[in-house]
Write a new protein. Sequence first.
Length: 312
Amino acid sequence: MRVVGGLSRSSPRPLGGSGARRRGSRAPWLYLAPALVVLGGLLVYPIYQLGLISFFQYTQAQVSGGEPTTFEGFGNYQELFSDSQFWQVLLATVVFAAACVVSTLAVGCALAVLLTRVRAVPRLVLMLAALGAWATPAITGSTVWLLLFDPDFGPVNRVLGLGDYSWTYGRVSAFFLVLLEVVWCSFPFVMVTVYAGIRAVPSEVLEAASLDGASQWRIWRSVLAPMLRPILVVVTIQSVIWDFKVFTQIYVMTNGGGIAGQNLVLNVYAYQKAFASSQYSLGSAIGVVMLLILLAVTLVYLRLLRRQGEEL
């Protein structure tokens, strides 16, 4: 309201203001619609089928049509949770995935900082080498690492003087060998992403920290890490998802899970239940459990960051 000549007059409203706002709020969804349709077909329907099969008795007899499919409810989950091997495999998966995530982030962030300190030619060589590791298929990389650590012909044992030591025989050494391969093929994503974030940080901020006498570690911990936190959130969540569902490296390098299943992780365990034992419903139940764990970890992590005031 405004007063003109003793009379109150309402301010003119822009024509079509609310309608324009509504159209503006719908515009992003219209642009995202094609991608959402594709994701719905590639993700939602398979997840629905996975959950559906986990509530039925679905074995080779049902697949071949010899027996009818029967509804089991939560019977498959009860059988799964009462299996002591499942809990052992779950614990091994969590510990292994955590070690892979921490190692990948440490190597990727360290090399990202290194890229900002070297000249153009070494930087280009390091980038090409990292992208080559990233582009290598998992099965190819796993086979190469097995050859490098082969007890008879591998160069690593000769350099370290370990003789015919078998890295895949022991449980811890086999997991360590797989961890090295997982980090080797995963750190380039972290390195490139964090490097791009560092390049976006104003140089004046880094120069001021250096002039104040801060060490490289202090600059990273007190300056770069807080400014790169949204990027670190993305690479951390992505690494958790990748490393928690590792399959190819474990299956190839430990020959299906190691001696007596000592190197099983949930993905390989689900594969054995579903295809080696033809217990498709149990394999689906394991897949649902993995999905719920990853969703819970992601939501908890994002919730903690939102409590700290981070905009994602």
